[in-house]
Design a protein around this ligand. Sequence first.
Ligand SMILES: [Zn+2]
Length: 104
Amino acid sequence: MLGLMQRLTQAPNLAIATLWADALAVEGIATSVQRQYLSGLAGELPPDQCLPEVWIRDAGQETRARELLHHLQHVPQRRWLCACGEWVEGGFEQCWSCTRMMPR
Ligand SMILES: [Zn+2]
């Protein structure tokens, strides 16, 4: 049950980390998003200490996980500019900043 956890990657923000983690979970790879609790301290820590990380719970799945991650990172980027001024990337249909939905 307790496999060796393995850090898979660092994500640019928590929304994307969660998206990747969910996508991996759908493929049967158990994941865990780490460091999200530091986001509130972002002003006090070096930026690279604050980024969320996606870990996999079983290091034996790393090869498969990296393959999937590669696909996730290279899907044609749907990128749209929200009315609040934030660019929303990574296939989201909802703004991570203000929660508006993508305009249709
Ligand atoms: Zn927005």
